[in-house]
Design a protein around this ligand. Sequence first.
Ligand code: ZN
Length: 87
Amino acid sequence: MPDQWEKNLACATDCRTCGSKLDNNDQRILSVYTHEPICMNCKREEEKNADYSDQSKAMMSQCLKDTGKPYGDPEGYCFHHFCPYKC
Ligand SMILES: [Zn+2]
């Protein structure tokens, strides 16, 4: 994984789902469905989906394959599907 994704994701200026503005100091988190940065409200909505936990598991194994890092490693992007972060 190149470093570029990190910049693109970390410093997104709006939520990719609802389009609300994200300031540098606003927390954002990655969608397990699209891997795009979304706001915390959208994350709460996402978590209500019936297939959310299945999708999370699928994402984690894909992520492990792609990055070679366990999802709990803050260096890997998988981490940010569960841990909010700022720009
Ligand atoms: Zn949103």
